[in-house]
Write a protein that binds this ligand. Structure first.
Ligand SMILES: Cc1cc2nc3c(=O)[nH]c(=O)nc-3n(C[C@H](O)[C@H](O)[C@H](O)COP(=O)(O)OP(=O)(O)OC[C@H]3O[C@@H](n4cnc5c(N)ncnc54)[C@H](O)[C@@H]3O)c2cc1C
Length: 452
């Protein structure tokens, strides 16, 4: 096709998922013409920005909602991001070795941590068991003001690159991709309004202009499902946008990332404390979780898009009904709604924080305005269930849609690998897996043993 607006692959969305894919395509394939469309003027201005997420590389070692098998898988994709950072020298620039731990409070949780530590130590040999005395040395704020009879223990490490500025990493993916491929076009401030299948190509409508591609990957956060529905794909899915807010601590309380024990029904819902890597001397507590009628946090004009993406139906109502009939989930939803209500939220949230730092009071925290993104949680209408992780609609027709709630930033390169594989198979192009594995995966084998 002879057209200046024609590409082999178009990627929609310049968050960390879209940027990681563009990097992988540019560096590890021979695909010639690639374009990325991002609706805002900068790469990673929403959820992938350091303001939007918790800045944690989720390796599976402190995420207590993961089984050992899931943790091992997660660790492999997380390690790709670490290896990428090392390849380009981003240590202590965009990635930081902040100590991290999963903290158990009270007899039952301490028992849980002990058992989990034993089970995990072979696969995660760098993890250590930290009892009360050790914690008093590593993180004294956990002990200050705590009832001396209350048991606490943690499994943690000081050895991993645990904190990542995913926004800067996303920008670096684009910059490094441009060095690899002269035919990569980055369109900023360009929203893809509509996608249409046209014979064996796709036509994308962007600000009155038409662009064409053999293959399209939509990595547009909550908008991915909107664009899918417009094309008649993903009709069995609905999107529930869940906003997450943070509180800043005004006192210098923690030096580590302190995660608490997750309720398996509510993964990534338990709050944690994290030293903020872009605001020095600031500790963040959160995130909260609140369902919002919007596809983007802090941008107000998407209510109709929200309705279109939620696609309310009998099945969706049944999922809500089931969720609200679970005591834990109902209590969690009410509590988290109240954490957003000015006037009462500080006092209520301080109680939540006291599980981690007992001496913190209402006056020591403040709601972090404008901080925190939105997780596009997907409802599977057929199974009448909330998807607890990422969702992919691989149509097999040359277009893929990705929805990436937590820990989507950590799995950006793992997802890019999968999509690159789909694209190369479809277009008959070569994926240089050996090079990808050597640079980003080694010394461990990842995903499959195939080399090329
Ligand atoms: C409170 C919170 C805490 C989190 N903490 C962590 C964490 O610690 N670790 C972790 O790994 N993950 C975390 N996550 C999840 C993580 O932030 C996301 O999974 C990740 O940022 C998703 O990246 P993405 O590129 O898929 O989406 P996004 O970052 O949302 O990017 C999508 C992009 O698409 C663009 N776009 C949308 N529609 C269009 C269109 N029509 N045309 C062109 N462009 C379009 C948007 O402008 C945006 O830039 C957290 C999320 C939240 C909300």
């Amino acid at each position: 096709m002879q057209n200046k607006n024609y590409y082999n692959v178009i990627v929609v969305g310049g968050g960390i998922s879209g940027s990681a894919l563009v990097f992988t395509l540019a560096k590890y394939t021979n695909i010639k013409n690639i374009a990325l469309f991002e609706k805002y003027d900068t790469i990673a201005s929403l959820n992938s920005n350091a303001k939007g997420n918790s800045q944690t590389l989720h390796c599976g070692d402190i995420e207590t909602n993961y089984t050992l098998e899931k943790a091992i898988k997660t660790n492999k994709t997380a390690t790709m991001v670490e290896n990428y950072g090392k390849l380009y020298g981003y240590e202590n620039k965009y990635m930081f070795k902040i100590p991290k731990m999963a903290l158990g409070v009270g007899k039952e949780e301490v028992k849980f941590i002990k058992k989990r530590y034993k089970k995990f130590k072979k696969a995660f040999p760098y993890m250590e068991y930290w009892d009360k005395e050790k914690l008093a040395q590593i993180e004294p704020a956990l002990l200050k003001g705590r009832d001396k009879n209350e048991e606490i223990a943690a499994m943690g490490t000081t050895k991993r690159w645990s904190a990542i500025d995913f926004g800067e990493i996303a920008k670096s993916f684009v910059k490094n991709a441009q060095k690899e491929n002269d035919n990569l076009d980055i369109y900023l401030g360009k929203e893809v309004e509509h996608i249409k299948k046209l014979g064996d190509k796709f036509e994308l409508m962007v600000a009155g202009e038409h662009y064409y591609a053999d293959y399209v990957v939509v990595n547009a956060g909550a908008h991915s499902l909107l664009l899918a529905h417009q094309m008649g794909h993903g009709e069995d899915y609905s999107c529930l946008p869940v906003g997450g807010s943070f509180y800043y601590s005004k006192i210098d309380s923690l030096k580590s990332k302190v995660y608490t024990i997750q309720n398996p029904k509510l993964p990534f819902a338990a709050i944690h404390g994290d030293p903020d890597i872009v605001h020095s001397n600031t500790i963040r507590f959160g995130p909260t979780a609140i369902v919002l009628p919007n596809l983007e946090r802090y941008h107000g004009s998407h209510f109709l898009d929200f309705l279109e993406t939620l696609a309310p139906s009998k099945e969706v109502m049944e999922v809500f009904y089931d969720l609200m009939h679970d005591d834990d989930i109902r209590e969690y939803a009410i509590k988290n709604f109240l954490y957003e209500v000015p006037g009462i939220r500080g006092k209520l949230f301080a109680k939540e924080v006291q599980k981690i730092v007992p001496s913190i009071g209402e006056d020591d925290i403040e709601f972090a305005e404008g901080i925190g993104g939105l997780r596009p949680q997907v409802i599977d209408k057929k199974a009448k269930k909330l998807f607890l992780g990422e969702a992919k609609i691989a149509t097999g027709e040359g277009i893929v849609f990705n929805m990436t709630p937590s820990p989507g930033a950590t799995s950006c390169l793992g997802n890019a690998y999968k999509d690159t594989q789909l694209i190369c198979e479809f277009l008959g192009e070569k994926f240089k897996k050996k090079k990808f594995n050597r640079e980003l995966v080694e010394p461990k084998e990842y995903l499959n043993k195939e080399t090329s």
